[in-house]
Design a protein around this ligand. Structure first.
Ligand code: ZN
Length: 516
């Protein structure tokens, strides 16, 4: 056998299967159409829960869920540091926490401190085997090669005090204008929405032309931004734009036919998107319980490193005055944390009572503990539909073959059990039990998890939502089922229900590595 062909993992953020199918039918996505025609198309690849980009990106690159990789949401509460972590729900949300803090958490801490050291990324696994890795701007980039920041770009000049530390990434790393392992001539324009795909396409074409990778993570994020703004139906246009960038990369090899002779391609969504018509002000609804407010920060002070952002002890205690809980919206999902262990059970009961009465809250989940404080079972409840309790093990088998013990109202998850083989089906909430269980047992998750009903989105800390557009985050199928296309790469045994966490092992096996 010769060397395996090179592999490109193209993540098209939020690519909804129905929209990909429409783009292909309209002739707007000829490259993706070719990959589907020559490969395998999956229209129901399950995201993580919360189905938001940081959680999903970590699952894609590590092949595990957040109970192991530990990235729990778009916004979460760091118990050890007693502060909120915000990865960029919106510009206004970033302002509430301080732009400097948000950039540092997203660019550096997410990979260096927040992502578990015990879950290697595909970059790390492949780097260890001397596979030539490469990546364009993607939230998850952790690899074995050191990269120093660029000093001469608009972004690094703007935030020179923040973007001065090296990172460990793939062999070739191109991250906005901050890190670039080569001078490609490609510019990311501050990594602004709408131009990020073009930067990835430009870099991807350069890497193909100069034969610089065996594995490339080609990130095309603009579809998500466009769909948030114009609604999921608008995706036909942004998928067409993503397709143009794929064409640019393929053309660097002489066209799609030539490209596919030497490369396998995985094109996939991290999650999908659903229409938003209403919002939930969870921070306001739970205000009586004492919600910890964001620290805030002086933007320019933070960027220039002046001391103006630091506060006196008196101001801090005023901010925390009476705070009992932290509230962490992640678009169509949210988490609530108890600030002290002593009040955990009482707080959970209060949050639950209030949350059950909030319009637009679809599901509420928490973890019950035994007498030794070990997790004993997950509890999911839905206003008007009752309560379902579950734990791993037991007689029921879900669509991915996992075993569960389930009690209570199956209607909470619109679940059915087929008599003979004890098959548990939850089509409205795909892979529901495994996703909720990993969210509940993730050490960095909140004590109470919420999933919004179709049409609803939790307001972020900047008061922003995507009413009239699209969003995602919930356990519901509408946010959770993304497109997956495999071309030139096939699993040894295909799962009955695909999930995004299946992709990392597919990549590792493609290069003859099986880290399990
Ligand atoms: Zn999004």
């Amino acid at each position: 056998m010769g060397n395996p062909p090179k592999l490109v993992l193209c993540v098209i953020d939020a690519m909804a299967p129905a929209m990909l199918e429409r783009a292909v039918a309209e002739g707007a996505a000829p490259m993706l159409a070719t990959l589907i025609e020559r490969g395998r198309y999956v229209n129901d690849c399950v995201a993580a829960f919360p189905s938001v980009t940081p959680v999903c990106a970590a699952s894609i690159v590590t092949g595990v869920a957040q109970d192991e990789h530990r990235i729990p949401g778009m916004n979460w509460f760091h118990r050890e540091e007693h502060r909120y972590v915000e990865y960029g729900s919106s510009f206004r949300a970033a302002q509430r926490f301080g732009i400097a803090r948000q950039l540092t958490d997203t660019v550096y801490n997410m990979n260096r401190a927040h992502l578990s050291e015990e879950t290697p990324t595909v970059f790390e696994t492949l780097d260890d085997a001397d596979v030539r890795t490469a990546g364009t701007t993607y939230l998850m980039y952790r690899g074995r090669h050191r990269h120093d920041p660029q000093h001469d770009t608009a972004l690094t000049r703007f935030a020179s005090r923040l973007m001065r530390y090296p990172v460990m990434g793939p062999r070739e790393l191109f991250y906005a204008d901050v890190f670039a392992s080569r001078d490609t001539g490609c510019r990311s324009g501050l990594g602004m929405p709408g131009v990020r795909d073009r930067h990835s396409g430009c870099v991807g074409a350069y890497l193909v032309e100069h034969d610089l990778f065996d594995f490339l993570l080609l990130s095309l994020p603009d579809n998500d931004w466009y769909s948030h703004k114009h609604g999921p139906d608008g995706q036909v246009r942004s998928i067409a734009q993503a397709d143009l960038q794929l064409a640019r990369v393929f053309d660097a090899a002489g066209g799609v036919d030539e490209f596919l002779k030497e490369h396998a391609v995985i094109a996939m969504a991290d999650h999908s998107q659903a229409l938003v018509t209403d919002t939930i002000d969870l921070q306001g609804e739970l205000a009586e319980l004492g919600v910890l407010q964001p620290e805030g920060a002086n933007i320019l002070g933070a960027l220039t490193g002046s001391r103006s952002q630091s506060r006196s002890r008196g101001e801090d205690s005023k901010r925390e005055g009476g705070a009992q809980i932290a509230v962490c919206p992640s678009q169509r999902a949210a988490m609530v944390y108890a600030l002290t262990g002593a009040t955990r059970d009482a707080m959970r009961a209060s949050v639950l009572t209030r949350a059950l009465a909030i319009d637009g809250v679809d599901l509420i989940a928490w973890l019950a503990h035994d007498a030794h404080d070990r997790p004993s079972e997950g509890v999911v409840c839905a206003p008007d539909r009752g309560e379902l309790r579950f734990a791993p093990g037991g007689d029921l088998r879900d669509a991915r073959g996992a075993a569960w013990h389930v009690e209570g109202d199956l209607s909470v998850l619109d679940a059915t059990v087929e008599g003979g083989d004890n098959a548990l089906q939850t089509p409205a909430y795909p892979d529901a039990l495994a996703r909720v269980w990993s969210a509940l047992t993730c050490p960095t998750s909140g004590e109470v998890l919420l999933s919004a009903a179709p049409g609803y989105e939790f307001l972020d800390w900047g008061g922003a939502a995507h009413v009239g557009g699209g969003s995602h985050g919930s356990l519901h199928a509408s946010d959770s089922l993304g497109a997956l296309v495999l071309c030139g790469i096939a699993p040894t045994d295909e799962p009955a229900q695909w999930a995004i966490r299946d992709v990392a092992s597919l990549i590792n096996r493609h290069f003859g590595l099986d880290p399990g």
